[in-house]
Ligand binder design. Sequence first.
Ligand code: BGC
Length: 510
Amino acid sequence: MGKVGLGLAVGWAAATCAIAAVIVGRRVRRRREWRRVMAVVEELEEACSTPVGRLRQVVDAMAVEMHAGLASEGGSKLKMLITFVDRLPNGSEKDTYYALDLGGTYFRVLRVQLGGDRSGILRHDVERQPIPQHLMTSTSEDLFDFIASSLQEFVQKEEGVSEASTVKKRELGFTFSFPVKQTSVSSGILIKWTKGFAIEDMVGRDVSECLQQAMSKKGLNMRVAALVNDTVGTMALGHYHDKDTVAAVIIGTGTNACYWERADAIIKCQGLLTTSGGMVINMEWGNFWSTHLPRTSYDIELDVDSPNPNDQGFEKMISGMYLGDIVRRVILRMSQEADIFGPVSPKLSEPFILRTPLMAAMHEDNSSDLREVARILNEVLGIPDVPLKVRKLVVKVCDVVTQRAARLAAAGTVGILKKIGRDGRGGVTSGRIKGGSHSKMRRTAVAIEGGLYTSYSMFREYMNEAMTEILGEDISPYVILKITEDGSGIGAALLAATYSSPGVANVQLL
Ligand code: BGC
């Protein structure tokens, strides 16, 4: 080999070594980055873990806070609001009633025909439309004018234009799904907004009065006969169909629960007299808090960035308004830790860009190559060409966040059952009954509504599974979570029927 040949050979070898070094270096770097990303996911999993022991602590905390909220005004983060609903519809309700349902992503108008004599609901018509985004932060006048217009159009369509102006006064059930301090069964004052609504001039004002004024402006002859929370509407319909219904839970854009309480247990309303001896309590459990809740750095950041920091802590871990955004925050962190997603997409920093239904679609993607995950990452988050192994990691993140939410919702529900002694263990004050406790257990139904539970099967499965885990195999068959479709709206119409006769002074606050 001549000098030239030798030089070429040495050069070749050096180049090969350099290339090999680059390849090895890249592999090492990739492996290191993968480990960092895995650490993000593992850390999330650890922080979100909800073993049954922890869930039982949440159950206990919920029951204790319920007691505290009933004992005194401001005694707990749980408001435990009285609703003035001391009777639930029983099947004798007759005639046609309207309902308005405001509080989730959609706004609904309903017309419900009731047969009376236990013949049930003869017919119900529903129209739903998304709430224009700008109205959520505009003025109360804009919002209520929009509601009244939609109602007027609906009435005209249902009854015919000529009839609409001549028909006798109609009765309306108004489902307004925000914390309201009721002053009667048909009136109440808005305490605060949740779920992204922020219309400052509304806080502290009577909700029914605002609607009544907007309806008069339009010449609509209608009276608000019942002002209810969506949980209360759902409970009314649940109970109408199943007398064993003792509570209702909503898991949709927001989350909350209500239940039937004995009047004498509502200590903060001393001398509360109701004909039935009980009343529905709107818990506003979205604001529940306990140190036992598994909180992550993502929850803390989400809370700080929200318009209502330190508020609605339970809701921010559970409901549809927030789950997608928790997942977005985790993907952003993964992307910052390593370039497995390529350069950090600016879209990842946009709050609420990953809506919960999209997150659910990724979670439930059954295709072998996770096509839907790839599509959403690309089209919504601006991250193209994500390898399969990374897509799998994204599905894992959705799973962890959803599982925690569903299990906490289950713990909250069992907390209510514990408070009223329907958890098979004799209630929070009476201690545990050893052995054979289920012989005392009565069939117990909980009405449940909200898109997260009804349309997201993984959420539903996780929640049902956790209910069984917490209650135990012997008690859980007695407890039924019953989907109550359109319950919030139909239930409001039923309550309008129950409370429509003027002068039924059912509740006395002495
Ligand atoms: C509201 C509740 C409501 C729940 C479900 C929460 O944000 O505060 O009043 O029942 O959402 O819609």
